[in-house]
Design a protein around this ligand. Structure first.
Ligand SMILES: C[S@@+](CC[C@H](N)C(=O)[O-])C[C@H]1O[C@@H](n2cnc3c(N)ncnc32)[C@H](O)[C@@H]1O
Length: 218
């Protein structure tokens, strides 16, 4: 099966059309985007304009008091999600790599959410059990092999009718193959099957970019 990129999954013309009819990124988000493109070899990991806007819109709809993000990278998605926080609300975001965390911190400090975003540096699997919060909204966007573990750790701390969003659930289209190869693609396939079988959640897949699983705790 041929390899797809995010852009191939969504027709490039559709992507362009959707971007041109959506509100543009604000100045800081644009800067994070451009900076990451110019300085980071893994630029493709950044949520980007349309997905960022979706995260912002979902957060604005929920108006969360507590948001958890697993996988900060350079801070783009955290800044989008923070836009929906209730006054006094907090967003906790976890990043494994110190270098990426430092870049994100620099952008958070320049935003209007500097007092509301709490950045944790380290392995989310170690940090999550220490966070004693009730989450209204969770965004899972870190290492794919741990998605099931993240879900199991986080769901008990999500309030009833709270939401979890998990990114990259098509894994560049690789989960569509008849024989799924590679550790990450296999992990995502297992995660998708695990979510599909659970009866204690409501769920749907958003076919934007590399696919997002949207889950509501019943
Ligand atoms: C896809 S990127 C996140 C992109 C970001 N959410 C955005 O949209 O701009 C995944 C990030 O998760 C981080 N990561 C990977 N494994 C992790 C772990 N075990 N704990 C915390 N962060 C991890 C990586 O270092 C990377 O920066």
């Amino acid at each position: 099966m041929p390899k797809f990129s995010f852009v191939d999954l969504i027709h490039p013309l559709v992507q362009k059309y959707a971007e041109s009819f959506s509100s543009p990124e604000d100045e800081l988000l644009r800067e994070v985007n451009v900076y990451t493109a110019q300085h980071h070899p893994e630029f493709h990991m950044l949520s980007g304009h349309l997905q960022g806007k979706l995260l912002e819109m979902i957060s604005q709809m929920i108006q969360p008091e507590r948001i958890l993000e697993i996988g900060t990278f350079t801070g783009y998605s955290a800044l989008c999600l923070a836009k929906g926080l209730k006054p006094g609300g907090k967003l906790h975001t976890i990043e494994l790599r110190e270098k990426d965390a430092a870049i994100a911190k620099g952008f958070f400090n320049r935003s209007s959410f500097s007092g509301q975003i709490i950045l944790h540096t380290g392995n989310a699997l170690n940090i999550l059990p220490e966070l004693r919060e009730t989450w209204d909204l969770v965004f899972v966007d870190a290492d794919k092999v741990s998605y099931i573990e993240y879900f199991k750790l986080v769901l008990p701390q999500v309030r009833q009718n709270g939401f979890i969003l998990a990114d990259n659930i098509f894994f560049h289209g690789e989960v569509l193959a008849s024989e799924v190869k590679g550790k990450n693609a296999k992990s995502i396939k297992e995660f998708n099957e695990f979510i599909r079988e659970r009866r204690d959640i409501d769920k749907m897949i958003i076919t934007l970019r590399d696919g997002l699983y949207l889950v509501r705790k019943l």
